[in-house]
Ligand binder design. Sequence first.
Ligand SMILES: Cc1cc2nc3c(=O)[nH]c(=O)nc-3n(C[C@H](O)[C@H](O)[C@H](O)COP(=O)(O)O)c2cc1C
Ligand SMILES: CC(C)CC(=O)C(=O)O
Length: 390
Amino acid sequence: MNSEIQRRHFIKWIGMSGLYMTLPIAGCIRENEASTEVDLTSLRNVFDVEKLSKKEMGEDALLYLNDGVEDRLTLKANVEAYKKIQIRARRLIDVRNVSTGIELFGESWDSPLILSPVGYQQLFHPHGEIATAKAAAQKKHLMMVSSVANHSISTIADKTQAKLWFQLYPTTDRKITKHLLQQAENSGCKVCVLTIDHPVLGNREVGIPLLRKIMSTRKLKMGNFEGIFPDGIMPEGTSVIDPSMTWDMVGWLKENCGMKIILKGIVTKEDAALAVEYGADGIVVSNHGGRQLESNLGTIECLPEVVDEIDGRMPVMIDGGIRRGTDIFKALALGATAVCIGRPFCWGLGALGQQGVELVLDILMTELKRDMQLAGVTSIQQITKDYVRS
Ligand SMILES: Cc1cc2nc3c(=O)[nH]c(=O)nc-3n(C[C@H](O)[C@H](O)[C@H](O)COP(=O)(O)O)c2cc1C
Ligand SMILES: CC(C)CC(=O)C(=O)O
């Protein structure tokens, strides 16, 4: 696709996406999600889907999606760290029947793969979070809905069958925070994922100026805030980023909502211990996909110390850099209860809408299942640290 067509796609997508919130969705570039020109069998892995997303998405949206901070050291570490771990396979095991099911907070899930919270998904496709949630429901994966989603969690819950957890950026005004929590609970959400790696915005030299440009010229609506501010746009002086937040927030959340509280962004055993002390119910080992602090370890390198500290007292999830079934396998082997992906499902969304998200989920689950068979395990519970060497 040449750059002129790309530019037109971008403008059309932005125009139809609700960033201009009064414009109808009808007439968006892809009425039925799938591009007839794409042979789906040519998309063999998430990198093929990423390549397609580069053709289909506008340049600005791509930069926002794929951006990291400064010299991209954390971003690269997340991906590279998986390559330093090898799998130890066992032989002569009947692997005709493989189960990928797990349990989380007493509920059974068909898959250990979860969709991480990603904001502003209408930048990537006009149907945004609705397309993602439909795909998650269709393929039976849990989806975490961002505070800064373009569609509110209540709209997503109304329009789809997806199982949703709510990711909270608490905002600087606790009245607004309470409204967000109520909205999530009223939508049937049982878990609140508090993001704690975001006291200030990371130094995203490319993506954030672009986002600001888009926000200032097009009014980027945040669906969850529509119930508070008529057009979903926060007034000057209120921010989703609260640099004053401390560990007391866990107790405050417990007093102000009935949801379980998961902390997303823990990368050390010290903070894992504090998570227990302050009463959190779960952890996501995360560095925000390399979009916050530079020079972090890859998240998979942080996982063992967190898992050791937690010692089975709560679920420990992980995200950052997961691109293959073998990455999922390695994270599970090192003690993750479940794993989450961000950019890969957005590449699917940008490339092919709902169908693209489904494709990415299918690719990763097919890889995981085959990797389990090749390694000689038939259930997620059997994948222990004996199956990896780093
Ligand atoms: C475009 C984009 C937007 C994101 N928005 C949010 C967000 O609103 N809230 C949040 O907690 N994390 C957000 N994240 C971080 C993801 O939840 C996740 O931690 C990260 O993408 C995982 O790394 P991966 O992209 O390598 O899979 C965002 C990530 C991306 C790429
Ligand atoms: C800028 C934030 C509000 C959204 C986010 O978390 C991200 O872009 O990584």
